[in-house]
Design a binder for this molecule. Structure first.
Ligand SMILES: [Zn+2]
Length: 190
């Protein structure tokens, strides 16, 4: 069983800029394993570490949902080197349950990242993979897909967002003292 949970909209950790990972150690590998498990449990196609309250530059994508021979893959310290084209796709997010909106993003990206063995790689992505990677990389910058829709559309989601944030606040109120210390000084709870 995983001791990590998917945190929801309203949790200030989702708004932090994630820290760079200097070294792939046992803790990072453990977080990756747990994130893959959570991604499967929650039927997500991607998950970023801040969504499990770890503000580090790590994300996982389940390529098996995109390609027949794909498998869950971890991306560390990802950096978009270039982007081109334009595509509009509907997105959802495990941190924003039941909300789906169309989001416009570049259609293809060139990405530099490290794999779970710490090797530096550069690769081009397009289609759904480019979409998922950009969504998850946004999480590492404290950005949610609802930040990329029109203010008018976001306004229409106001009630749902408030209710997700209220539930998340209740969960935060129940966590232990050590976790509260972690949150001290953060004030972005919406
Ligand atoms: Zn998301």
């Amino acid at each position: 069983m995983s001791d990590l949970r998917v945190i929801k909209y309203g949790n200030p950790i989702l708004r932090l800029k994630a820290q760079k990972i200097d070294k792939v150690d046992a803790d990072i590998r453990r977080v990756v394993d747990q994130m893959v498990e959570i991604m499967w449990d929650e039927a997500g196609i991607g998950l970023a570490a801040p969504q499990v309250a770890r503000s580090i530059q790590l994300l996982v994508v389940d390529h098996s949902l995109i390609d027949e021979d794909g498998k869950p893959t971890a991306y560390l310290n990802p950096e978009i080197l270039s982007a081109e084209g334009e595509s509009i796709m509907e997105e959802g997010c495990l941190s924003l349950p039941d909300i789906r909106e169309e989001v416009k993003r570049p259609a293809a990206i060139r990405l530099r990242y490290q794999n779970i063995d710490g090797e530096m790689l550069e690769k081009n992505f397009d289609g759904l993979t480019a979409r998922v990677l950009q969504h998850e990389i946004d999480h590492l910058d404290g950005i949610l897909f609802i930040d990329r829709i029109s203010p008018m559309k976001k306004q229409l989601l106001n009630k749902e967002l408030k209710s997700i944030a209220a539930e998340e606040k209740e969960k935060i109120a129940k966590i232990s003292t050590s976790d509260i210390e972690l949150l001290t000084g953060l004030s972005d709870v919406t």
